[in-house]
Design a protein around this ligand. Structure first.
Ligand SMILES: Cc1ncc(COP(=O)(O)O)c(C=O)c1O
Ligand SMILES: N[C@@H](CCCC[NH3+])C(=O)O
Length: 467
């Protein structure tokens, strides 16, 4: 689809944060929502993304609709590359596909020079089918199945991040059966508390992920992997959590993991990779203030340089696994406004045609979002609305307090920052179909995931009695 860009004047947007000119506020927009990437308010008062009028996108493709600003995704990736290039260190950026995994996204990641970090057979197959170079795919997971390990070994992917002792033995056996030697990293739980929601913090001791550093399991894993005849341990991995705002936690984790790295080198392991995971935070709302990527990457690389100097080790290849920070702010969900319920003195609810099925993050983490009416983007808010989904669940809310002009049935509501862990965590609850996904760029909209239909929902069902 090509949508003509109007010729009239566009609203001028001022940088909100001097360090991050991708986030802008529209002074004419009373809702005062940060406008990211290619977002603009058009002269007709509509929200435009990637040169496309979102009201037209909603009409054309239906709602709920995930809209991704392709330019912003590419810009985010390039910011990571640029930050690393400035450090002069060898590096690899692996896109954490769990944030948003489709063929198109994996293709884009590969085009932009990213490796892909997969965490299941499904993500692995998506990356392979998207044509990502095999050597540039990694496999994660705390309970990889035999079938997933076999697919990974058969496909000859770059490396597998081993999470625990059971997997270590299982993978050694899978590699032996395939007559292969498999490159692995060991995932260490470094005992670092990331200051984020407890369900997305993963580096602390009480975590299901990785070999525990504090009680010596990680050290034991380094010894045991050295004895696995079909595994070649080429590095160590840690990941401390998600939606992290400053790189302090990474520094502590790097210091701990480097001690182990030194022990591994002393044991004769061919270590060359230090993977510090992902978790770089983004600005969901004006309350969020993450450090810019450039600064976080520089802090990480400085920490690696000093830790490796302490142990007199040659510098490793530094790998990171960002997901949210690549796609989160580039995604916007469009909904159609339906019913409302006003409870005087209590709360005003407005309901939209999606909800926890396309965005479970408020229900899961109490996540906060900002929104505006895409078809009346410059109308001043007249009140605070609780934006509800359409599921049979009181907790099915998208935003508890959204300042909006009185929403009318048929208005298009745009909820921002829904690019990470929304489509990928979407569900069929209440038998709702999964929405379509479009990428927009330079006035072109490309459907990268078709909308599911009610018929699609029945495709795997079989009747109780046949014939
Ligand atoms: C091992 C690992 N790597 C990378 C990521 C990506 O995290 P984020 O999307 O916060 O960058 C995660 C998720 O938290 C993870 O568990
Ligand atoms: N799904 C979570 C993050 C988990 C990250 C995976 N380790 C979110 O939406 O924030």
């Amino acid at each position: 689809m090509r949508t003509e860009t109007p010729q009239q004047e566009w609203t001028e947007l001022e940088p909100q944060h001097p360090e991050d000119d991708e986030v802008r506020r529209d002074p004419a927009c009373a809702v005062r929502v940060p406008l990211r990437g290619t977002m603009r308010i058009g002269p007709e008062g509509h929200l435009w993304i990637g040169g496309c009028d979102t009201v037209e996108l909603a009409r054309r493709f239906g709602t709920p609709l995930f809209v991704y600003d392709e330019t912003l995704i590419r810009d985010r990736i390039r910011a990571f590359h640029q930050a690393f290039r400035e450090t002069g260190l060898t590096y690899e950026i692996a896109y954490a596909a769990k944030a948003f995994c489709t063929l198109a996204m994996c293709e884009l990641a590969a085009e932009e020079g990213l490796a892909v970090d997969a965490v299941s057979g499904g993500e692995l197959l998506t990356a392979l089918r998207a044509g990502v170079e095999r050597q540039r795919i990694h496999l994660h997971g705390n309970n990889k199945t035999q079938a997933e390990l076999e697919l990974a070994v058969r496909s000859g992917i770059g490396y597998i991040i081993v999470d625990n002792f059971v997997e270590l033995e299982m993978l050694d056996a899978v590699a032996a059966a395939a007559g292969a030697t498999v490159d692995v990293l060991l995932r260490v739980a470094p005992g670092i508390e990331a200051h984020t929601h407890e369900y997305i913090s993963t580096g602390q001791q009480d975590s299901k992920f990785g070999f525990d550093w504090e009680n010596g399991q990680a050290r034991e894993a380094v010894r045991r992997v050295a004895a696995c005849r079909h595994l070649r341990c080429i590095g160590l991995h840690s990941h401390i959590g998600s939606q992290i705002f400053d790189a302090g936690g990474f520094v502590k984790a790097i210091e701990r993991v480097t001690e182990l790295y030194a022990e591994g080198v002393a044991l004769g392991l061919p270590l060359r990779v230090l993977n510090v995971g992902g978790g770089f935070g983004i600005r969901y709302t004006a309350e969020d203030d993450p450090e810019p990527i450039r600064r976080q990457i520089h802090t990480i690389v400085d920490a690696v340089r000093s830790a490796f100097a302490v142990h007199r080790l040659p510098l490793p290849e530094v790998a990171v696994e960002p997901g949210r920070s690549i796609v989160g702010e580039a995604g916007t969900t469009l909904y159609t406004v339906g019913t409302h319920k006003l409870i005087p003195g209590v709360r005003n609810y407005v309901s939209v045609d999606g909800g926890m099925t396309d965005n479970p993050r408020l229900a899961l983490y109490g996540a906060k979002y900002e929104a505006l009416l895409a078809n009346r983007a410059v109308d001043a808010p007249t009140g605070v609305w609780a934006v509800a989904g359409k599921c049979c669940e009181s907790g099915d809310m998208l935003i508890w307090e959204a300042p909006l002009p009185d929403p009318r049935p048929g208005d298009i509501l745009a909820v921002f920052c829904t690019g990470a862990y929304n489509y990928s965590m979407a569900s069929h609850y209440n038998r709702n179909p999964i929405p379509a996904v479009v990428f927009v760029r330079d006035g072109e909209a490309t459907v990268v995931v078709e909308r599911e239909t009610w018929e699609d929902l029945l495709r795997q069902d079989r009747p109780l009695r046949r014939g």
